[in-house]
Design a protein around this ligand. Sequence first.
Ligand code: NI
Length: 136
Amino acid sequence: MLYVTRREVFSSAHRLHNEELSDEENFEIFGKCNSANGHGHNYVLEVVVAGNIDSKTGYVIDLKQLKNIIKDNIIKKVDHKNLNYDVDFLEGINPTTENVIVAFWKELENKIPNGKLYSLKLYETENNYVEYKGEK
Ligand code: NI
């Protein structure tokens, strides 16, 4: 098994806020990330596809193809957008890195033509990232 990775970057705004909690509880849990008008991040997304080498192409998956799949299904929808309001597949979701990466997985998992989606890593900052390998 081989693991092929494509890295993409995007910039988005968000506000961490759980509608089911009071304003006080939201502030207690999320602190400055709960700030009313949101804030931005330069996110990095790493998409790993696992598979075997196709004897005809020598690839697990054509990285140009993988890049286009990520752009069409994720990047075009989230780049320079507000994750709380602008993204159909994030509607009603509190956009923590954890919740966003699970939503990205659902958007991508059935769209990989060769190999299988193996993992996603989403960096919210240089030092903070979440990895997801699907429900197991
Ligand atoms: Ni944030």
